[in-house]
Design a binder for this molecule. Structure first.
Ligand SMILES: C[S@@+](CC[C@H](N)C(=O)[O-])C[C@H]1O[C@@H](n2cnc3c(N)ncnc32)[C@H](O)[C@@H]1O
Length: 472
């Protein structure tokens, strides 16, 4: 199916045209001009960063600083700033890959697993907590004493991490926190995400080759056939019931909050024009978890009403959260909690919006189609479907496609957006499911009676808006 033309933040032209793919030969600089243009791209983007901080009345924080910056959360960045940062990440990586020894680069990439391994050591030992009140740093002997780890081995772990800019070695064998390691303090949800990813998820990911090359599990889309199952003997659904998993359950909950923080969950109120909705507009959050996303809309848009739908056990958490955060909304029935099995049942009928955030990425296409068909049975004319997901791009320049990086950068921003493609691997490892391209979402929506309307840039993620097809 052809890809509609698309403009961020503007009504898309739904006139369909076949995307024109250009060969990628220009994507990698192979000559001095390519290198110079990468340097110029970096230089221009740095000017944007300095100017945005300046406008906010801040100096750009140094990597050594542990003070919170005004733009640490993705939702606090303007689109211009997040684009500049993404560009710098992409161009710096591309420039070094273009000039360094290919063998060195591949060695760095293949030894990459020592970084997660070391991050898990320091998270579990709470090294960032130990260093929290020590801006001038602490000698490794004291850090070792406070954490119970061997001094020599911990020193080597910290030195490798400091070499990768997480922690700093202030003077020989004296380490301090920096802008990155401060996020590893145990109270920070990002530390929960780091612990979860570098521990149980990592121990599944190492079996990706075995899972993909086995003639039974390779082509399978079953959650029973993932690399995670090879690593742990059970799927993520069952893992947290095992003795080993139970020990990690609290961290898993913290990791989910960390995931929201990293992906900019707070973008939803900012990127969609909720202010234009009529009083009484109802949003049904399908697979809404504990309803935390809709809570973000309550204060800025008091004209909205909410239905949270999820499995009965999860809905109990939603009732508890809303009862604590917005008891007024619960008492006035401005929010309701309706149990749902979205594979077998239809959500509450005739809502104005059906919103699904990070629901479809858990499932292969056939299951997603079941969910969307059930949503379609609930809609009324004029209802809208909003899918809030990560949106992948091919690494190929396409006319009229999503926002593309300037040449000679990779059109999907390469390392500036690599988290999306890593998260796609994550879904493969955990569930045999996937993140998708816009085109894949459009095709799936069409199949279930929805027409693509517009894509809203929400930083790391995007909101894909559909309207109901006149006749299915
Ligand atoms: C990845 S979470 C996303 C939660 C929430 N939308 C968010 O963005 O935080 C997927 C949600 O789907 C829910 N879910 C899984 N299977 C379900 C089913 N058969 N019916 C309804 N909800 C289900 C889970 O309980 C979970 O809350």
């Amino acid at each position: 199916m052809p890809l509609p033309r698309f403009n961020f933040r503007r009504q898309s032209n739904t006139k369909k045209s076949e995307p024109m793919s250009k060969p990628n030969s220009q994507a990698l600089p192979s000559n001095p001009e390519g290198l110079t243009s990468l340097v110029n791209i970096i230089s221009d983007a740095v000017k944007v960063v300095i100017s945005e901080y300046g406008q906010a009345g801040h100096a750009v924080p140094s990597l050594e600083s542990t003070a919170p910056g005004p733009f640490d959360a993705p939702e606090d960045m303007s689109l211009a700033l997040s684009k500049a940062v993404r560009t710098i990440e992409a161009a710096c990586a591309q420039l070094s890959y273009a000039v360094a020894s290919p063998g060195h680069i591949l060695a760095n990439k293949s030894y990459g697993y020592y970084e997660p391994a070391a991050l898990l050591v320091v998270c579990n030992a709470k090294v960032a907590d130990v260093l929290a009140e020590k801006p001038d740093g602490m000698h490794i002997s004291e850090i070792a004493k406070a954490t119970g780890l061997d001094q020599n081995k911990l020193g080597r772990v910290l030195r490798m991490l400091a070499t990768r800019h997480c922690f700093r070695e202030v003077s020989p064998d004296i380490f301090a926190n920096n802008r990155l390691s401060i996020k590893l303090q145990s109270k920070d949800p990002v530390a929960g995400l780091v612990g979860h990813m570098t521990d149980e998820v990592h121990k599944g990911a190492v079996f990706l080759n075995e899972a993909l090359s086995d003639s039974k599990t390779g082509p399978s889309l079953s959650v029973a056939d993932t690399s995670f199952v090879r690593g742990h003997g059970c799927s993520p659904f069952d893992y947290y019931e095992t003795p080993e998993g139970k020990l990690r359950l609290d961290r898993f909950s913290q990791a989910m909050i960390g995931w929201g923080a990293v992906t900019g969950k707070g973008m939803l109120p900012k990127v969609y024009p909720w202010g234009a909705c009529q009083p009484g507009t109802t949003i049904c959050d399908v697979g809404g978890g504990n309803g935390h996303i809709m809570l973000d809309l309550v204060s800025p848009f008091p004209q909205l009403k909410f239905v949270i739908q999820d499995t009965p056990a999860v809905l109990e958490q939603a009732k508890e959260l809303w009862g604590k955060e917005r008891p007024d909304f619960v008492q006035k029935s401005l929010v309701s909690f309706q149990p749902l099995d979205f594979f077998k049942e239809t959500p509450v009928a005739s809502c104005d919006y059906y919103y699904l955030r990070h629901v479809l990425h858990d499932w292969p296409d056939a299951e997603c189609i079941k969910v969307l068909n059930n949503v379609h049975k609930a809609v009324k004319p004029g209802s809208k479907l909003l899918l809030h997901e990560l949106v992948l791009q091919h690494v190929v320049r396409q006319d009229g496609a999503l926002d593309q990086a300037p040449e000679p950068l990779l059109p999907n921003y390469g390392m500036g957006r690599v988290r999306l493609y890593q998260q796609d691997m994550n879904m493969l490892n955990l569930f045999n499911s996937k993140e998708r391209t816009l085109q894949e979402f459009i095709v799936m929506g069409e199949q279930c009676g929805f027409v693509f309307e517009k894509l809203w840039d929400a930083g790391e993620s995007a909101i894909i808006e559909f309207v109901v097809k006149e006749s299915k």
